[in-house]
Each structure stands twice: as C-alpha cells, then as structure tokens.
Design a protein around this ligand. Structure first.
Ligand code: NDP
Length: 256
C-alpha cells in the first residue's frame, strides 16, 4: 500500500454500513487499514459485515443506530471512543429515497427523507466533529448524489436533501478548517445497490435508461466508490476540503 493511502492505525465510523455503498466503503477502508464502527438499524447485516472485516485482520465494532436519533448517534460516538480511543474518519452514508410526483408528495415522506438524509448527516457530523475538534483533526466524508446538482423526477425531497448535504460539506469545511477537520463529499450517480434495485424492479427499462444517459454506458458498482473514499480519508487528500467529488461515469458533464 502506498503510504499516502494507508489508513492503518486510523479508526472510522460508517453509517448505513449494512448493505450497498456503505458496505463496500466499510470493506474498502478496512482493507486500507482502518478499524471500523459499523452502524445502521439492521444488526444482522452489520454482524455479517463485521465477521468479513475481521477475517482480514481489522477490528470491527457493531453499534446499531438510527441516524435521526441524537441519543443513538451519541452512543455510537461513545462506543467508538471506548473501543478505538479516537475517531479519525466519519463516512456519513445512510440515506433513503421515495419516488412520488411533487404535487402528490406526502409531508410524512418529505419529513422522513429530510430527517435521514439531511438532519442525520448533520447530527453525525456535529457529534463526530466535536471529538475531532478535541483531537485536533479528522476527516468527514458525506455521501451526496448527482441528484444534488441535477433534477431527478419524482424525487423532490431526495434532491433537496442532497443539495443540502453539499452545503453542509462546504460550511463545516470552512468552519472547522482551523481545527484540522477536513470535510468532503462523494456524489455517486446510479450504483447497483438494494436502494436502486427497488427502483429498477418497479420501473421497466430503468437500467437501460440509466445506461443510455451515462457517458460510460452503465451503472456503477459500489466497489467503484472505494477509491474516492480511501483518497478522501487518507493523507493523499491533505489539502482538499469543502469539495464534493462526483463519481458518476460522466453523468453531470452531459449537456445536450
Ligand atoms: P441502500 O438502501 O442499499 O442502503 C442504505 C443503508 O442506509 C442501509 O444500510 C440502511 O440500513 C441504512 N439506513 C437507512 N436509514 C437509516 C437510518 N435512519 N439510520 C441508520 N441507517 C439507515 O442504499 P445505497 O447503498 O444505495 O445508498 C447509500 C447512500 O448513497 C445514500 O445516502 C444514498 O442516497 C447515496 N446514493 C446512492 C446511489 C445509488 O445509486 N445507489 C446514488 C447516489 C447516492 P437500515 O435500513 O438497516 O437502517
């Protein structure tokens, strides 16, 4: 491993680690050397991931948590500090969506999506950030989306939440630079995960539509987000903060 990308001796928290993108990133940063706290609401998924991570010699701590509940977020922080002594990296990944035309969007769905995708990201960043400030540094990586920049029909709450995530990234990067805390984001396009499978299964031709719209001609695989995550978590990105990297097969570059 090139020393620039080496995460040995670091501890990380990954939210929404049980499946999809969070799972791939948790494995990827553990393979780069980090010990990892895994959280989401489904303990069985986290336990199987922890076993996988421990098989290649890293430590994994399972702490079930709903990112919308402040006391549960604090519990994850406390458990991680107890187990690993510090928090070097936060991957703020948990997220949900629901597709409904804007004129029919239920307030309950709007509130739930904003609570998980936006408030949950802020809460985790704030609680982990407080520890990082005390430690004198850390890395926060917020998982955004191309939907933060380009409209996705039927997804008004999701797009609003991800646009907000990009601004949380910028504001925290600016406020916390003086404490050595770097805050960046990763904005994926469409990746083959359980979240996207749910859309694919209910919309005929969806996968083909995505492939046709994407310059690289296909959806991404969650493992293709690991490079950006390790980069932003490591010394290789020591002078980058407030940035959101689009890992999108060229999605947002498309004009006509
Ligand atoms: P999945 O639905 O496959 O996984 C989501 C993860 O988040 C699960 O582990 C889920 O676990 C967890 N989660 C959901 N709600 C909560 C909650 N309230 N508290 C804690 N954990 C929660 O999604 P993806 O892997 O596809 O997406 C991951 C992130 O990437 C999201 O932020 C998403 O918006 C973003 N993204 C995904 C894209 C894609 O194409 N897949 C594209 C662009 C962005 P559990 O339900 O057990 O709590």
């Amino acid at each position: 491993m090139n020393a620039l990308f080496d995460l040995r001796g670091k501890s990380a928290i990954v939210t929404g680690a049980g499946r999809g993108i969070g799972r791939s990133i948790a494995i990827g940063i553990a393979q780069a050397g980090a010990d990892v706290t895994l959280c989401s609401r489904t303990e069985t998924e986290l336990a199987s991931l922890a076993a996988e991570i421990e098989r290649f010699g890293r430590r994994a701590l399972v702490v079930p948590c709903d990112v919308t509940k402040a006391e549960e977020v604090q519990h994850v922080i406390d458990m991680t500090k107890n187990e690993f002594g510090r928090i070097d990296i936060l991957i703020n990944n948990a997220g949900i969506t629901k597709k409904t035309p804007a004129e029919d969007y239920e307030l309950e769905d709007w509130n739930r999506i904003i609570a998980v995708n936006l408030t949950g990201v802020f809460l985790f960043a704030q609680y982990a950030g407080r520890e990082m400030i005390k430690q004198g540094g850390g890395r926060i990586i917020n998982i955004s989306s191309v939907a933060s920049q380009t409209a996705v029909t039927g997804s008004v709450a999701y797009c609003a939440s991800k646009g907000g995530v990009n601004m949380i990234t910028k504001v925290l990067a600016v406020e916390w630079a003086k404490y050595g805390v770097q805050v960046n984001g990763i904005a994926p396009s469409y990746f083959e995960t359980p979240l996207v499978k749910q859309i694919k299964d209910t919309r005929e031709g969806f996968a083909e539509q995505i492939a046709a719209r994407t310059p690289l001609g296909r959806m991404g695989h969650p493992d293709e987000l690991v490079g950006a995550a390790v980069f932003l978590a490591s010394d290789a990105s020591s002078y980058i903060s407030g940035e959101t990297i689009f890992v999108d097969g060229g999605w947002v570059a498309v004009g006509l």
